[in-house]
Design a protein. Structure first.
Length: 98
């Protein structure tokens, strides 16, 4: 029973981390806090707290660009059917991260 509880706690933490990262990437992509809150179904105050505590506005440009490359790469990976262009873009993005 403990393994299941631990696994569920880990899954919840992972979901929270992913939501947190997704909010950050959307903010850097130009979405407002209100728009992000609606998309992710979480309170604006939560996102504002993350933004302030982690100083999203002060992140170096390189970190923001890397985040957007990561976001695009993950989006392409999740596509069920990929075109030749998708594979070409995935390859390009992978090399940009190296």
């Amino acid at each position: 029973m403990t393994d299941i509880a631990t696994n569920q706690a880990e899954q919840t933490a992972l979901i929270n981390m992913n939501t947190h990262r997704e909010a950050q990437l959307k903010y850097w992509a130009g979405y407002s806090l209100t728009e992000i809150a609606k998309m992710l179904n979480i309170p604006v105050s939560t996102i504002a707290s993350w933004k302030k505590r982690e100083k999203w506005d002060e992140a170096p440009l390189f970190e923001r660009v890397s985040g957007n490359i990561e976001s695009r790469y993950m989006l392409l990976l999740q596509k069920d059917v990929k075109t030749g262009y998708d594979f070409k873009e995935l390859d390009f993005l992978m090399h940009r991260r190296e």
